[in-house]
Design a protein around this ligand. Structure first.
Ligand SMILES: [Zn+2]
Length: 367
């Protein structure tokens, strides 16, 4: 789906089926203390880590016709005055909107230029795990959003999101959080459960985000994209035979095909930095064997791994459907730290609302 395109490939406007009056409220907020510290820290880390490889398009700027979003003032009692992190968080922006059309049209109407494109894509990458973005977004759904703009709009980050779906009669929440030992931050629900699914047998264990899922309708995408830094080791998810390497490199970049011996599934790994010399066709490797490094080669505009599965009959398979998946849940110190951050973000998103009740004990659920 189009909202999940790699950022650098997003067209400025999606075909909107509706028009969108939206109300954005501007609210002064308080961020500070522990949660603010972690958020700010993460932002600083992200600024240096995120690739600047994306191509910025010149977007026409739609002038807001009413006050829409404004920088948030740091006014909380637990604010750390003048700390670097707090200074960063002062630039957070809050949006509250009653959806009267597509999300994208709403954002595009009220936020200038490229920022609306990127914000829409980032929203989609979270919400795609909740419901069908084409069918389930309804007029008068309620959206609350807190995000950190960036000098380069490609680098903006959603910090927290509340979405109330009328069709599903359900409220959803997402909070950005980086576990202590994790290389990347991810989005978690109010109970500290990660919103994205993960593959139990995965080619990359630590990655930033699934930026595009498999989609055979509309804008076709034959696999899933892991946003991940160049040079990240790829391991064979299953015992496999190396089938071929580095074919059609103009499109695929450096690439690798494995045959999973137990299932007969063929797996393609595209846009690699390199295939390891030991990964020669005909060789059989055990699950967990390092075979390549992620990259940004071939027709690719940002560092990522494209992972694509074909069944015995050549039919495309969705890794999140045919393979075992799980939702990670925060535990121990991470869970405690998350709650602090979540509550701070909630105070900003819903000013005046008391802190939520404590959540369930951490665990891990598989399905
Ligand atoms: Zn892809």
């Amino acid at each position: 789906m189009s909202v999940l395109r790699p950022i650098s490939n997003i067209s400025r406007r999606q075909p909107g089926r509706l028009k969108i009056p939206l109300v954005f409220l501007v609210i002064g907020i308080a961020i500070g203390g522990l949660g603010g510290y972690y958020l700010g820290q993460e932002l600083a880390a992200q600024a240096s880590a995120d690739s600047a490889k994306s191509q910025t398009q010149n977007a026409s700027i739609t002038k807001p016709t009413e006050p829409v979003v404004q920088p948030v003032a740091a006014v909380g009692p637990d604010d750390r005055p003048q700390s670097k992190e707090t200074e960063l968080l002062k630039t957070s922006r809050r949006i509250e909107a009653s959806v009267k059309s597509s999300l994208y049209a709403t954002l595009a109407k009220h936020i200038e230029g490229r920022e609306a494109d990127v914000l829409n894509a980032h929203l989609g990458r979270i919400m795609v795990w909740w419901f069908n973005l084409r069918r389930d977004v309804l007029k008068n759904d309620q959206l609350r959003l807190l995000y950190l703009p960036a000098e380069n709009p490609e680098d903006l980050r959603i910090l927290a999101l509340h979405y109330k779906s009328r069709k599903l009669n359900k409220s959803f929440s997402a909070y950005y959080f980086k576990p202590e030992a994790a290389r990347y931050g991810h989005y978690y629900d109010k109970d500290g459960q990660e919103i994205e699914l993960r593959l139990v047998q995965t080619p990359v264990k630590q990655y930033d985000q699934i930026t595009e899922r498999m989609n055979l309708a509309g804008r076709r995408h034959n696999g899933i994209d892991f946003k991940v830094d160049i040079g990240t080791p790829i391991t064979a998810p299953f015992k496999a035979r190396i089938q071929r390497r580095n074919w059609s490199t103009r499109l695929n970049g450096n690439c690798l095909e494995l045959l999973y011996l137990d299932s007969g599934i063929h797996a393609l790994f595209l846009h690699l930095d390199k295939v390891l010399p030991a990964a020669v066709p005909g060789k059989v490797v055990e699950a967990g064997t390092e075979v390549a490094h992620t990259g940004n080669s071939g027709r690719s505009t940002a560092p990522h791994l494209h992972y694509e599965l074909h069944g015995k009959n050549g039919k495309l398979l969705d890794p999140f459907v045919v393979n075992e998946t799980l939702h990670l849940k925060l535990e121990g110190q991470d869970a405690a730290r998350f709650k602090v951050q979540r509550d701070k973000l909630d105070k900003i998103l819903v000013p005046g609302e008391s802190t939520r009740e404590s959540s369930k004990p951490p665990s891990e659920s598989r399905r």
